[in-house]
Design a protein. Structure first.
Length: 462
């Protein structure tokens, strides 16, 4: 990918009243000048106009025909999103008009931008670090208040500031260790007490560990909390999924074994995204396909953080046997015992034998949507996600998590080395490795392959 080219792309989704074409690069102004004709008398070319101005005029093709009346916003390097000369052409949202504008720009020297290339140039030109650039994609993909807040905080540099503090502490620790190496032949000189170095390393360890542990929360917020709906066949699991989503997502039938594969969909409840997984009913069967679905049910059960364990109140006597089969899979999970078809029975059992700290019982009717709102409220109550503010630093990116995990291993070795009085050169090596992994997050030691993997998932135009 040649970063010297001038690039262009449509930056808005199809179907809107307004469409925007972005242009960035050294020749952005001069190329746009070739197709943009201001309407005022004695107009100046864009190359001679002031930055941060919006200019009205017409886009004309090679025959002099008007393609559209547009507004052109002008930004000059280095004070633009990409750090380069940039132009944004706002025209009508017609797909034909947008393609005509793009074709005219390409004919006059632009090339079509690749996925995320505008943000990649912003990173390469020092307008943001790599963690901030990745947050741009998260911000675009945010679907709830929580994911928006986390992405906005990271894009504004909250995570980067936390890492900068860590790096400064690590560099200070490294300088003390390497100073000892420089004067290793003077045993009488001591630049830092080992107990003080241990205390500083412990502080660094604590911060990195907190960031690593935050990933479980961040991942749940970003991708949705997995909720498995588990039960025997024909207890109303698919009906419950449809009631929760308020749509006919799953096929509902009185025939046992209708659901033979897992069905997933997401829903936002009180600002938290839940990923509901409707599973095949668990029972003994000789049907090969149904057995595959049951195996996937147990896999979904293992991966879920919350389990809605459903049973039919009209078949209550079967539940204890079924429960014994699935109970080993319920450890360390929040379990909601959903007593379905409460509208069809006179008495609802207390289920006192299932009283545990992580067990909650609620009587519902999935078909009649009785207590579905209470079930949704219960889901948010059993979810251990703290309220998120714009200042909270929570890791949501798997690449960052892996780098922090490696950094945590390195600082742990530093602590052990200090306690064991290992030579300073060995401890310094682990310190440098810790710094390397932190630098990897913000992009100071990244490679073209890493950049390609990150930006290929961006939308074109951003």
């Amino acid at each position: 990918m040649n970063t010297q080219d001038t690039i262009c792309a449509i930056a808005t989704a199809q179907g809107g009243a307004i469409g925007i074409v972005r242009v960035s690069g050294a020749e952005a102004l001069s190329i746009t000048d070739k197709i943009f004709h201001p309407t005022e008398k004695n107009p100046l070319p864009l190359t001679e106009r002031k930055a941060y101005t919006v200019n009205f005029g017409q886009i004309k093709n090679e025959k002099g025909e008007i393609v559209d009346e547009v507004l052109v916003s002008l930004f000059r390097a280095p004070h633009s999103y990409t750090g380069e000369n940039s132009v944004e052409i706002s025209c009508h949202g017609s797909a034909y008009i947008l393609q005509q504008v793009m074709q005219l720009l390409i004919n006059n020297g632009c090339r079509t931008a690749g996925p995320g290339e505008f943000t990649q140039r912003a990173f390469l030109n020092g307008k943001m670090d790599l963690s901030q650039a990745e947050a741009v994609a998260d911000l675009i993909a945010s679907t709830s208040e929580a994911t928006h807040r986390l992405a906005m905080n990271q894009m504004r540099g909250g995570f980067s500031k936390e890492l900068a503090v860590l790096r400064n502490k690590l560099l200070h620790l490294t300088s003390l260790m390497e100073l000892e190496l420089d004067f290793s032949d003077h045993e009488e000189l001591e630049f830092a007490d080992r107990s003080e170095l241990q205390a500083l390393a412990a502080q660094i360890h604590q911060v990195i560990e907190r960031l690593v542990q935050s990933f479980s929360i961040g991942n749940a917020i970003k991708n949705g909390i997995p909720v498995a709906i588990i039960g025997e066949t024909n207890v109303g699991k698919s009906t419950l999924l449809n009631a929760l989503l308020n749509e006919d997502k799953a096929i509902v039938s009185d025939i046992h074994g209708t659901t033979r594969d897992v069905i997933e969909d997401t829903m936002i409840i009180n600002g938290v995204t839940f990923r509901f997984i409707d599973t095949a009913g668990i029972r003994q069967t000789n049907d090969t396909i149904e057995n595959l679905g049951i195996k996937r049910s147990f896999k979904a059960l293992e991966q879920a953080e919350i389990v809605i364990l459903m049973y039919d109140l009209q078949r209550h006597e079967n539940f204890k046997t079924f429960f014994q089969e699935v109970e080993p899979y319920l450890k360390n999970k929040q379990v909601i015992l959903a007593q379905n078809k409460c509208d069809l029975v006179d008495n609802i059992p207390s289920n006192s034998e299932f009283d545990k700290n992580n067990y909650h019982t609620i009587a519902i009717s999935a078909r009649q949507k009785i207590n579905i709102d209470k079930l949704q409220k219960l889901l948010t109550e059993v979810t251990h996600i703290p309220s998120i503010s714009t200042n909270d630093v929570i890791v949501t990116n798997l690449r960052h998590y892996e780098a922090l995990t490696h950094a945590l291993d390195a600082i742990t070795r530093v602590e052990q080395g200090l306690i064991s009085y290992l030579p300073s050169d060995l401890i310094s090596q682990d310190l440098r490795e810790c710094i390397f992994h932190l630098n990897d997050i913000i992009g100071e030691v990244t490679t073209d392959e890493v950049l390609g993997n990150i930006f290929e998932h961006f939308c074109i135009g951003k």
